[in-house]
Structure formats: structure tokens, C-alpha cells
Design a protein around this ligand. Structure first.
Ligand code: UDP
Ligand code: MG
Length: 331
């Protein structure tokens, strides 16, 4: 079945809807979020389960999750990855442990995605949408710089990629069973979930919401991580940067040719000797810079190709406790 989850096939969570939460060092926020998630699940019915993925936390997160699971073993499943694999892979691990035919709601562990909105998403899904994604109308608690860089990123990626990625959306969304099955089929190692969500298509509707500030703890995404995620998004969904090198090369070759003609004309017509050293240095430095940049762009793609070619499992599971199958389903 699915690679990488390290225990017998068929041993997956049974539910109609799974609330999926990836957590990395969220011991401060989870005690505040868990009761809210539980009451939303209870309100929606017996087939609604919670699945937490502990993405290699080093604080008390795993102990907390185990306690949640022991307190409601029928409803709560927990999964611990062998180390920190990053949010994108933690969500993938979660999706792999959802039973066939169940829908999934993806939420952050810090309460920024209000669980109370899930019933509204379910209603939209029942009305025919396969995917209902949360669209942020405000980003409370986020700095101006973060908002500006996020806006710039969506502009760039949507200009470069053939898969339109709606701006101001996160991973907060409800995925119908067909979208979940499609996502499971995408086994790339270098992943940008927002892009993959968009890639699978199906009828998607936006649900506007106010993005709440973090309940507790600090953000795990600093600018360096966000930059790398942005590179993942761009290289994963567009080959335009590779083509840009061709056009920049072509343009600078044409310019160089024209400059050459100009130099010859000046020497022949006006007998005007060209200052050699400065112009040569400028040309060498400029072309050297362009060539290194183009190599760097090729390197970004080549490195990703290399990582994909190794075919390592996407993640490894250290421990999993999943609720038993529902009684009505038999053994
Ligand atoms: N997260 C994760 N693995 C990581 C980093 C983050 O599972 O390596 C989870 C984190 O616990 C949270 C979600 O991803 O549930 C979003 O992280 P965070 O709130 O730090 O990001 P922000 O909301 O600031 O973009
Ligand atoms: Mg957050």
C-alpha cells in the first residue's frame, strides 16, 4: 500500500471525516486547541475523528498527544514521525493514514485555523464542493513584512506557474475523499502542499475567515524556511526559471554583438581608441555573474531531481495509535 508508514497495511483510521493536525513543538498551544477540536468532532457526529501527527517534537507534545489519545481512544489517533520532516511531509503522513473514502480537514496546531469553521466547510462540501479552502480576510498577529513577502510570493508563483494558486490561503481546508485519494497519489519528495492542493483540481470553493493569532508558542517558520518553501513552490510548479536563462543569454549575446559593432565603427570611422581595461572588466564580471546565476538555477532543479531519484521514503513512522474500526463495519 502506501510506502513509509512502517506498520501493517490496512491498519488505518476509520472515519467519515478526519480532522488532521500536524504539530511540531506545540505543547503550549495544544491543550487550548484540543478541547475545541473535540467538541467540533462531537458536534459533527460519531464518524468524525482527530488525527494528530507529531512531527519530531522535542518538547512535551508527544506526551500530551498520547494523553489525548488515551482519554478518547475511540476518537483520537496519534502518529509520531521518527524525526522532524517538516509540515508538508507531516501532513502527507497524516493523509496516508486516513481511511479510503473519508474526507479530511487540515488545521494548524496553533489555533490559527479556527476549528469552529469546519462544520461550515462540511456544509459546503455536502452541497457539492470537493474542496473547501479557507481564505484569510485578515492576518491578525502577522507582521507587515510577512504580509508583504507573502503577497509578493503569490504574485511571482502565479506568474510563473500553470497551476493557479489562490492567494491568502493556507493549508486550512476540507478535502473530499476524491481529492484525498488524488493527493495520496502524488509521491514527490520535494513538496509544496498548497501547490499540490491546487494541482489536483476538482470543484473548489473559498470560505472567508479571520485568521486568528497563535494561541501560544512561537511560529516555526522563519524567513529562511519560508524562502526555501517558496523555492520549493516555484521549482515544483514551474520550469520558467530555466527558460529565463535562455532568454537572458540570448539578449546579452545580441547586446554584446551590437556593442562589438559600435566599437568597430568607432575605431574605423572616428579613429577613437576604446578604453580597453574598464570595458573588458565590466563585460567579464557581468557575463560571469549571469553564467553563475544560470548555473545556480539549473542546480536548483538538478538537486531536486537527484533527491527524487533516490526514492527514499517520504517519512518514517516511529509510533502510531489509531482508533479501532467502527463496530458497524465488522472485523
Ligand atoms: N509544523 C510542523 N512541522 C514543522 C513546522 C511546523 O508540523 O517542522 C506545524 C506547526 O506545529 C503548526 C503548523 O505547522 O501546526 C504551522 O506552523 P506555524 O504556526 O509555526 O507557521 P505559521 O502559522 O507561522 O506560518
Ligand atoms: Mg501558525
Amino acid at each position: 500500500m502506501r510506502e513509509g508508514h512502517g506498520y501493517p497495511p490496512g491498519m488505518t483510521l476509520h472515519a467519515d471525516l478526519v480532522l488532521l493536525v500536524a504539530a511540531h513543538n506545540e505543547a503550549a498551544a495544544l491543550p487550548l486547541l484540543h478541547p475545541r477540536l473535540l467538541s467540533v468532532a462531537q458536534g459533527l457526529g460519531p464518524g468524525v475523528r482527530l488525527l494528530y501527527v507529531d512531527d519530531g517534537s522535542r518538547d512535551g507534545t508527544w506526551a500530551l498527544l498520547q494523553a489525548f489519545q488515551q482519554a478518547s481512544p475511540e476518537r483520537v489517533g496519534v502518529l509520531r514521525l521518527s524525526r522532524n520532516f517538516g509540515k508538508e511531509l507531516a501532513l502527507t503522513a497524516g493523509l496516508d493514514h486516513v481511511p479510503e473514502g473519508a474526507a479530511v480537514a487540515v488545521l494548524d496546531a496553533d489555533g490559527q485555523d479556527p476549528p469552529e469553521l469546519v462544520p461550515a466547510m462540511v456544509a459546503r462540501w455536502r452541497a457539492g464542493a470537493e474542496v473547501v479552502y479557507g481564505r484569510r480576510v485578515s492576518r491578525a498577529g502577522e507582521s507587515l513584512a510577512k504580509r508583504a513577502t507573502a503577497a509578493a510570493f503569490y504574485r511571482v508563483i502565479n506568474a510563473l506557474s500553470d497551476t493557479p494558486i489562490p492567494p491568502d490561503t493556507g493549508d486550512f481546508r476540507l478535502l473530499g475523499p476524491r481529492a484525498v485519494a488524488a493527493l495520496r497519489g502524488l509521491r514527490e519528495r520535494q513538496r509544496f502542499m498548497k501547490g499540490l492542493f491546487a494541482w489536483v483540481g476538482f470543484r473548489a470553493e473559498a470560505l472567508d475567515y479571520e485568521r486568528a493569532p497563535r494561541l501560544a508558542g512561537a511560529s516555526k517558520f522563519n524567513y529562511w524556511r519560508l524562502w526555501n518553501l517558496a523555492l520549493e513552490g516555484i521549482t515544483g510548479f514551474s520550469t520558467v526559471p530555466l527558460r529565463i536563462a535562455t532568454y537572458v543569454g540570448l539578449a546579452s549575446a545580441v547586446l554584446a554583438f551590437l556593442a562589438g559593432l559600435w566599437v568597430i565603427a568607432r575605431t574605423l570611422l572616428w579613429d577613437d581608441p576604446v578604453a580597453g581595461w574598464p570595458s573588458l572588466m565590466v563585460a567579464i564580471a557581468f557575463l560571469g555573474g549571469l553564467q553563475l546565476m544560470a548555473l545556480g538555477v539549473i542546480g536548483e532543479y538538478l538537486g531536486r531531481l537527484y533527491l527524487e531519484a533516490k526514492q527514499r521514503p517520504l517519512y518514517l513512522v516511529d509510533e502510531a495509535r489509531l482508533p479501532p474500526p467502527r463496530v458497524s463495519e465488522g472485523p
